[in-house]
Structure formats: structure tokens, C-alpha cells
Design a protein around this ligand. Structure first.
Ligand code: SAM
Length: 276
């Protein structure tokens, strides 16, 4: 039976219009967002998704906002097996993750590949906010390189360590538990990843201290669509800050990745720092 028919069976007609249309599947866990008026029907809605979405064994509802340094939103399992851990496959890479403890989204899958495809053999990379390895694992799989991977969330680092083994990139991805602002790699790096939108800006001073001349920063932030050219404004803001920090920089690539809220989009800048 199709999802719509299943929902029609469990929801009063007046509520049907509020049933979730979008959902995310990570491994075998289906994640829904529900408006509060639907909370009393959560487990019935969960059963409907469980029956209708192929491969799903757990249905969970986000019951709060993404908060805290760890960027994790509270999750409530409403149908299926009582667990929040799963193994997600993305472009052939395996990511073991507990969605109640660490940040992970399937929505970065294109970006993971886009960045990984730029890394060359012999590079030293610093991923300042690695999570469970969404960028670090594909980078290490594709190039003969070293990826220092820092995260402040101990659960993220534990899963990253597991993912290093699962994907057989031992010795190439180096997991480090700690604050990205205080980790200094043993040598200057060719590339710095800064996937912490809204906060990455305040870590630019550290990035310029540890990057080689001619290196690349992958910088993530949120742009507000309020007329004008928000992406151009972001470029000016970031290159301006880098100039203040004594570094000439050129944005060699930029794009809006996706909308994350009304009039708010996630954006990336690839910034080349001066090579003389
Ligand atoms: C948006 S998530 C990263 C997503 C990850 N790169 C991926 O592709 O799946 C941001 C991560 O930054 C970590 N974080 C936040 N503040 C940090 C800090 N000061 N130092 C290191 N990691 C930090 C969080 O724990 C979280 O795992």
C-alpha cells in the first residue's frame, strides 16, 4: 500500500494535510519532522512510513532543534526497532552513526564528493569539524593523503574511529578529539575544511596559521536572502577577514548548496590563499 493510503487510514481527514511529505533516510532509519499537533499520532504515522518506505526498519521523529556545539537534534523513535544507530552507505563509503548522539545528514553527499575529488596525492588536509568522517573518509579513499580530523564531540570521534576501520583508511585519517581552535597539525597543511556554518568565520584566524601558501580553504556559512547578492557579500566578508589576518585570498568557487530555512541558504566558498 502507498504511503498516502496508509496515512489516510491512521489520520483524521483534517490532519492529513499536515502529514510530513519530506523525510530523510539514513541507513535503515527514516527521520521525520512533525508539527506538534501530530505528536499524538506519531507512532501511527511511524508505522505508515515503516510499511511504505523500502529498507526502513526504524522511524524516528526530530523533537527539537539542532543545538549545542555538537549540532545534534533530539530524536524519538516512534516505530520499528528501538535504536538510533545505523550504517549508512554513501557513494560506496560506509558511515556508522548514532543519530541521537552525532551530527549526520545525507544532504551533504554531493559536497563530500565535490571536495574529495579535488584532493591530490601527497596532500595534508585538516578537517576542523569532521563529525563521523563525511568528508574525511571519501578524501582518504580517493587520494594518498593524510587527513587530520578534529571534532569536539567524543561520540563523533568514536564513530569516526569505527568508520576509519570500516572503510580501511587506517593511518590516512587521524581522528582527534578536541577543539579545532587549539589543534595544530605537525606540519603546515595544503587544505582546510571548515564545515561549521555560522561559526566557521571565527576559526579563520586559526586556519591561516596552519595553511601553506597556495593552499585551499573550504568555507561553509549561511547566507540570508534579503535582496542584493548575499553570496557576493559573503565572499567580500571572508576575503576581507583574511586580508585583516594578513593573507591575500581569492574565491575560486562558490555556490548555494541548499535552502535550510525561509530565506536562508547554506553556502560554500573554496578560497585559495596567496601563493606569492
Ligand atoms: C556540521 S557538523 C560536521 C559535519 C561533517 N563534516 C560531515 O560531513 O558529516 C559540525 C561538527 O563540528 C563539531 N564541532 C563543533 N564545534 C567544534 C569545535 N570547536 N572544534 C571541533 N569540532 C567542533 C560538532 O561536534 C559537529 O560534529
Amino acid at each position: 500500500m502507498k504511503l498516502r493510503q496508509r496515512l489516510e487510514k491512521v489520520l483524521p481527514p483534517s490532519m492529513l494535510q499536515y502529514a510530513p511529505r519530506k523525510f530523510e533516510v539514513v541507513g535503515d532509519i527514516c527521520i521525520l519532522k512533525l508539527r506538534e499537533s501530530l505528536f499524538p499520532y506519531a507512532s501511527k504515522i511511524g508505522e505508515a512510513f515503516l510499511g511504505a518506505v523500502p529498507g526502513v526498519r526504524v522511524v524516528a521523529v526530530r523533537v527539537g532543534k539542532t543545538t549545542g556545539e555538537e549540532r545534534v537534534a533530539p530524536l524519538l523513535v516512534v516505530a520499528g526497532e528501538q535504536r538510533t544507530e545505523t550504517v549508512h552507505r554513501e557513494h560506496g563509503y560506509l558511515f556508522k552513526v548514532d543519530l541521537s548522539k552525532v551530527y549526520f545528514t545525507t544532504k551533504l553527499s554531493f559536497e563530500h564528493q565535490r571536495v574529495a575529488s579535488q584532493v591530490k596525492n601527497g596532500e595534508v588536509v585538516l578537517n576542523m569539524f569532521s563529525g563521523i568522517g563525511g568528508f574525511s573518509i571519501p578524501i582518504a579513499k580517493r587520494a594518498n593523503c593524510t587527513v587530520y580530523s578534529v571534532d569536539v564531540n567524543p561520540h563523533a570521534i568514536r564513530y569516526l574511529e569505527e568508520n576509519v576501520k570500516l572503510n580501511r583508511v587506517e593511518g590516512k585519517v587521524i581522528p582527534i578529539l578536541g577543539d579545532a581552535a587549539t589543534f595544530t597539525p605537525p606540519s603546515l597543511v595544503d587544505r582546510v575544511l571548515m564545515p561549521l556554518p555560522l561559526k566557521a568565520y571565527s576559526y579563520l584566524n586559526h586556519a591561516v596559521r596552519i595553511i601553506k601558501k597556495g593552499g585551499t580553504i573550504h568555507y561553509y556559512d549561511v547566507v540570508v536572502e534579503k535582496g542584493g547578492s548575499p553570496l557576493e557579500e559573503l565572499k567580500l566578508r571572508v576575503t576581507g577577514r583574511l586580508r585583516e589576518l594578513g593573507v591575500d585570498a581569492e574565491v575560486v568557487f562558490s555556490r548555494r548548496m541548499r535552502s535550510i530555512a525561509p530565506r536562508r541558504s547554506l553556502a560554500v566558498l573554496d578560497v585559495k590563499v596567496d601563493g606569492d
